[in-house]
Design a protein around this ligand. Structure first.
Ligand code: VGL
Ligand code: ZN
Length: 209
């Protein structure tokens, strides 16, 4: 029964100064680094979009944060962010990337976004991560990173859906809260889906026992 750490999207564009900055997104990095030291099966995800990606408001000549009129499920159009190969898509320089076992890029196809590290937004295209983790004997995942109300939430919910035990690292996630209350609602949704919550210090102590 193995535990894996999933570190979601700690990239320059999601940190202060970035194109889609999560307020205080960088303050969690020190805690994430401690988790990376404690959990040897670890995955970093990287939001990795082609230019003119379907999630970019600019691709549809609409203002950022408007709803996508072409999408059947309500989805927000974002400022251009995490364009593959750009500085914004790089991991934040303070993140101890060398400690991670695996790097998973997502949202790589122009016409399909992927918030979750497990399933793309069509809810039927797997990223391959669940298979990778299962083949290593992983039954429980710890989820941390950015942003609580989008990619962290989607990853945690999908991980539950495909059968992993899920612990969200409460003090190692940070959210956007585009609409105030979004972060709170995300925690509630994850809780109702059967996710547990824990703090970095406790998870690091348990790993060392
Ligand atoms: C994310 C919006 C668009 C995230 C990624 O990492 O939470 N949010 N792309
Ligand atoms: Zn994105």
């Amino acid at each position: 029964m193995e535990t894996a750490l999933i570190v979601v999207d700690i990239q320059n564009d999601f940190c202060p100064g970035g194109a889609l900055a999560v307020p205080n997104g960088d303050v969690i990095i020190e805690r994430v680094n401690r988790l990376l030291s404690a959990y040897p099966i670890s995955v970093l995800t990287q939001d990795w979009h082609p230019r003119a990606h379907c999630s970019f408001a600019s691709s549809k000549s609409l203002p950022p944060f408007s709803l996508d009129p072409e999408s059947v499920v309500p989805s927000i159009l974002w400022p251009d962010h995490c364009v593959a190969g750009t500085f914004g898509a790089d991991f934040h320089p303070a993140l101890h990337t060398w400690k991670a076992r695996c790097i998973l890029r997502k949202g790589t196809r122009r016409e399909l976004d992927s918030y979750s590290a497990i399933m793309e937004n069509d809810k039927k295209t797997p990223t391959g991560l669940a298979g990778f983790l299962s083949s290593l004997g992983v039954t429980r995942v710890l989820v941390c990173g950015l942003a609580t109300d989008y990619c962290v939430k989607s990853t945690a919910l999908d991980a539950r859906r495909v059968g992993f035990k899920v612990t969200v690292v409460e003090d190692a996630v940070m959210g956007i809260d585009a609409k105030p209350g979004d972060i709170h609602a995300a925690f509630e949704e994850m809780r109702l889906a059967g996710c547990d919550f824990a703090m970095t210090a406790d998870l690091v102590n348990w790993a060392e026992k």
